[in-house]
Design a protein around this ligand. Structure first.
Ligand code: AMP
Length: 373
């Protein structure tokens, strides 16, 4: 099967790496002008020409993507020519925070209290109604904490509005969460659904730094609830492929934050920590193949390499490290690779992660519920 991927970054690269053993081939359509996948056939089209897109579509059997901030007109045009998984309906909802929240509400999935603001005055009113602090987020196009601002007082509305520079904001109550969690599900074209154990995620500066799966000390009832939430979402969207739901854990239970209609950074642990990686299961799903086992072998931690990779030798000297490099140029704040570490217990995992972290220059501090330091 010939798979076409919209976008040519590390997620596309890892999809291809998972798909080659299944005798799949890969083509990438990239409009950024800086494709980094480093394999497959790349259709680099910074000028967005119809001819290049047509050539890409003629080459492939099915289209998927690694980035949901795509123009709907483009995804709908693609859908009229080739199967697109997940569909433009999943993209429409997941690229728009207000639509996401609306769907969460319809499906009875709790979220932080929120308002929509379309001017600085509305932002100020929302901050007063909700009570500060609040988090203002651009309705579309935000990622990795970009397009967001925290307001400590309603008077900060004008400066927050000016800094985000977006015509529509979602304004949320600031959640004092105990930790962030995510859950990843996959649904195949045949309707089969499989769900991975939840991950505990640590963000610093808006960027994911560490994911631990299965999430340590997670109440079984909460996991069951989260599985139920993502089950409702994936069914309602008729979603085909991987769907990720990010949640806050609070004293009062789980609150849904946002969704991504694609393989997700908090699922990279599955490459070494599960019999079937999220990348392989996404491909199985869109190709109509049976889904693979989503269980976790052992406690696993994914360490993101941001800005710099460190020296391969230093990391690989530790016998338990699995290094995944993306072949991207090092730049501050850029995701350039990750490391997966497995252990027999969470205590051992914490020790291993700390030992590994000392070998990575500039690594973010290891913040996790299993780190007692
Ligand atoms: P998002 O792009 O919505 O995932 O937000 C990026 C990060 O900002 C999240 O992973 C949280 O760490 C933080 N954040 C987002 N929304 C809230 C909120 N309502 N309250 C507290 N922190 C938040």
């Amino acid at each position: 099967m010939k798979i076409g991927v919209l976008g040519a970054g590390q997620l596309g690269r890892m999809l291809a790496l998972a798909g080659y053993p299944l005798d799949m081939t890969f083509s990438f359509y990239d409009t950024s002008g800086a494709p980094s996948a480093g394999l497959g056939k790349i259709y680099s089209d910074p000028a967005n020409t119809q001819a290049e897109l047509e050539a890409f579509l003629a080459e492939v059997d099915v289209v998927t993507y690694e980035f949901e901030h795509l123009p709907l007109s483009l995804t709908q045009a693609i859908e009229s020519k080739k199967p697109l998984h997940p569909s433009s309906e999943s993209i429409r909802v997941c690229q728009n925070r207000a639509e996401e929240k609306k769907l969460f509400g319809e499906l009875g999935i709790p979220t932080p209290a929120y308002r929509i603001a379309e001017s600085a005055a509305e932002l100020e009113a929302a901050a007063r109604e909700l009570g500060c602090p609040v988090v203002a987020k651009s309705n579309t196009e935000g990622y990795d904490g970009k397009g967001q601002a925290v307001l400590r007082t309603p008077e900060e509305a004008q400066s927050a509005w000016d800094s985000i520079r977006h015509p529509k904001l979602v304004v949320e109550s600031f959640v004092n969460f105990s930790r962030e969690l995510s859950i990843i599900a996959v649904r195949s074209v045949n309707g089969e659904i499989a769900i991975y154990p939840m991950a505990e995620n640590n963000h610093q500066g808006g960027i994911l730094r560490y994911s631990i799966a299965p999430a340590p000390r997670l109440d079984a009832a909460k996991e069951t609830l989260a599985r139920d939430y993502i089950h409702r979402l994936i069914e309602r969207l008729g979603h085909v492929g991987v769907l990720t739901l990010e949640l806050f854990e609070t004293e009062d239970g789980l609150l849904a934050n946002e969704m991504a209609p694609r393989v997700h950074n908090s699922g990279h642990w599955t490459q070494n920590g599960s019999p079937t990686s999220q990348f392989e299961n996404h491909l199985r799903a869109i190709a109509g193949l049976p889904l693979g086992d989503c269980s976790a072998y052992r406690p696993t931690c994914m360490i993101n390499l941001i800005g710099q990779t460190g020296k391969k030798e230093d990391i690989l000297e530790l016998p338990y490290t699995h290094l995944h490099l993306y072949g991207k140029e090092e730049r501050p704040g850029r995701k350039v690779g990750h490391i997966n570490i497995l252990a027999d217990s969470y205590e051992e995992l914490a020790e291993r992660v700390k030992a590994c972290a000392t070998r990575i220059p500039g690594i973010a501090p290891f913040i996790a519920s299993i780190n007692q330091d």
